[in-house]
Design a protein. Structure first.
Length: 107
């Protein structure tokens, strides 16, 4: 996240990270939104129990400090063409600015 150290935040910062890990540190970077998906929300039962234990957020939304994190289960699958847990989805996200982007943060 060193890329964000020198920036003046005039626009929202949206981070795309395949795996939803280290959310506490991400929340300290100035990112307003993180989008992730790697977990497939445990596509096959009982793997969904494993992903729920492995990741702070295996699916859904959480707010860490000022960062909104969204994890989707994705549109299809990994491995065998079977899905016994979770569901296919596409996230449609509307970003509305209620204050200056990035909360006028200057790192």
């Amino acid at each position: 996240m060193f890329l964000l150290n020198e920036l003046i935040f005039l626009s929202p910062v949206i981070l795309l990270d395949h795996r939803p890990t280290d959310l506490e540190n991400v929340s300290r970077t100035g990112a307003d939104i993180q989008l992730s998906g790697h977990t497939h929300h445990g596509q096959l039962f009982p793997i969904n129990w494993i992903t729920n234990r492995e990741y702070e957020l295996s699916w859904g939304h959480i707010k860490k400090n000022r960062t909104h994190v969204f994890v989707t289960s994705g549109v299809q699958l990994w491995g065998p063409p079977v899905r016994t847990a979770g569901f296919s989805e596409i996230l449609l996200l509307h970003v509305l600015l209620k204050e200056p982007a990035g909360g006028n943060r200057i790192p």
